[in-house]
Design a protein around this ligand. Structure first.
Ligand SMILES: C[S@@+](CC[C@H](N)C(=O)[O-])C[C@H]1O[C@@H](n2cnc3c(N)ncnc32)[C@H](O)[C@@H]1O
Length: 278
């Protein structure tokens, strides 16, 4: 066998193909070396000695497939990641929320919860937190477990402070965490309006109606048919005039429902639903 067709390279190609066909997840844009390292790590954590045996396990166990996807697509956990996104929500969306009696927000693909925590902090600072409920969902149970606990190393907060300030933060990120021995815990007063739950965008149904759906850095891993399915789900789940916020590499252009949405002026990745345009 030549170097490019080592057994592991063939196994990795087959795994990528299997995950795309069976779960609608496209891993082929992840650079080969980092995908291979991740896959080998996941295989070892699932007790699989080869990539083929990992494939066998995940294809026959839905929960293991979900665990695999959540670990294969994980990003470093950061508060206020892409601080301009939170600045936009703070300056342009929170004032809209102030005019509504009750607000529901859905973070779809919330990973370990940092997006939901960041949102809670900014809503609190903008004076609308008490009327908001945040639903944060993911397929990764281990991630959801960490999200619910909200425990971070003390050193972690120091790294988050510059992004919090760049997002328009009005105090310090330390204000929202309680010191415990050797670590910090997210403030329970903010945690109380956040529900973390398991929800699989590829198979589960609409479960509420939302003023804002945030789904960042998730659709980019989905195959075209899966993206279409998920955007249909979001469409059903958004109230009229509701806003969908995607990541910087994601768009609803070319999707069948895109004519129902207007790009929100000056806000990259934000789309407003407009029933009348349908
Ligand atoms: C790259 S992370 C993005 C996390 C977060 N939104 C952010 O931007 O930091 C992708 C997340 O999508 C989740 N995910 C992947 N497929 C999913 C699906 N079918 N349903 C729900 N969540 C999914 C993964 O578990 C992972 O936590």
């Amino acid at each position: 066998m030549t170097e490019n067709t080592s057994v592991e390279a063939v196994e990795l190609d087959l795994l990528v193909e299997a995950v795309s066909r069976c779960a609608g997840i496209n891993l082929s844009d992840i650079p080969n070396l980092s995908l291979r390292l991740r896959v080998e790590q996941i295989a070892s954590s699932m007790g699989a000695h080869t990539i083929s045996s990992l494939q066998d396990k995940i294809l026959h166990d839905r929960r293991l497939m979900e665990q695999f996807i959540s670990q294969a697509t994980a990003l470093p956990a950061m508060l206020f990641a892409d601080s301009h996104f939170y600045r936009d929500v703070r300056e342009k969306i929170a004032p809209l929320f102030a005019t509504r009696p009750f607000v529901r927000i859905w973070h779809a693909g919330c990973a370990t919860g940092e997006e939901a925590y960041s949102m809670a902090i900014l809503l609190k600072e903008e004076g609308v937190f008490d009327k908001c409920r945040i639903y944060a969902t993911d397929i990764g149970d281990t991630m959801l477990h960490s999200a619910r606990a909200g425990i971070f190393a003390e050193s972690y907060l120091k790294e988050q402070e510059p992004r919090y300030l760049a997002s328009g933060g009005k105090g310090s990120v330390y204000d929202y965490f309680i010191q415990a021995s050797g670590h910090v815990v997210f403030d329970q007063n903010l945690r109380r309006n956040i529900v973390f739950a398991h929800h699989n965008l590829s198979r589960d149904a609409c479960f509420n109606h939302f003023d804002l759906i945030v789904c960042r850095n998730v659709l980019q891993y989905f195959t075209a048919p899966m993206q279409e399915r998920v955007l249909r789900l979001f469409d059903k789940s958004l109230v009229e005039d509701g806003i969908l916020a995607l990541g910087k590499h994601e768009s609803i252009e070319f999707q069948p429902r895109s004519s129902k949405y207007n790009h929100v002026d000056g806000m990259e990745g934000f789309y407003r639903k407009n029933e009348e345009a349908a």
